[in-house]
Design a protein around this ligand. Sequence first.
Ligand code: PEP
Length: 252
Amino acid sequence: MTRRPLIAGNWKLQNGLDASTSLARAVAAGIDASTKPEVVIAPVFTALASVATVLRELEGKTVGLAAQDLHWEDKGAFTGEVSAPLLTDVGCTHVIVGHSERRQLFGDTDERVRRKVEAALRGVLTPIACVGETLEEREAGLTLEVVLRQLDAIATNLHDVSRIVLAYEPVWAIGTGRVAKAEDAQDVHHAIRNRVRELAGDAVAEGMRILYGGSVKADNAAGLLSQPDIDGALVGGASLDASQFLAIVAAA
Ligand code: PEP
């Protein structure tokens, strides 16, 4: 089966309104109907509505809009939180869930990540669900154990596994300039796909897009994206520069 690659830019807590709308315009300018991968950008919450307007006004530009997180409940007494229906309302198509910064700094456990993925699916958003090991876990030889445990937590008993996108993001490679060797990343992606096969069957496993994330740049993207089980990239730092990001899109 051929899987359409997906390149997603995680803008983190970097750009305000003006910078986000300008960057969205610059990215969209490089995308047209012939662009092979699906392209998604994830600005800060406060810029989502404005970026959605920019993307809507650019006819023929099909850039998806992602939030960087969401709450697992749709509504209620959850001060400061944002829910799937609100993200859909504002024009989001995707949401990043379980990013390692959320897991490490904001207490997102496997169970919370699972609930957030369910909430995204209920809200008709495509979750980009992240898994990945820390450096200590890697050095202890625990990469697959950790990654597959995180995957099991997300995908077991999920009502529609086929609607998720997975992202393998080794924590030691995020924002560090240390990129995983393409063959090593491929091995982990292959193991992830095999586990999806066990959990949800052949068709879902073959259709599942598994992105790599961690210091992807214009000059290393082609090597990673040429691996058979790497179906795209979740890009942090390099997504803040339209020309770098578009070069990664072109490599897919
Ligand atoms: C990320 O934040 O998901 C990420 C992969 O960051 P970077 O590309 O900067 O390593």
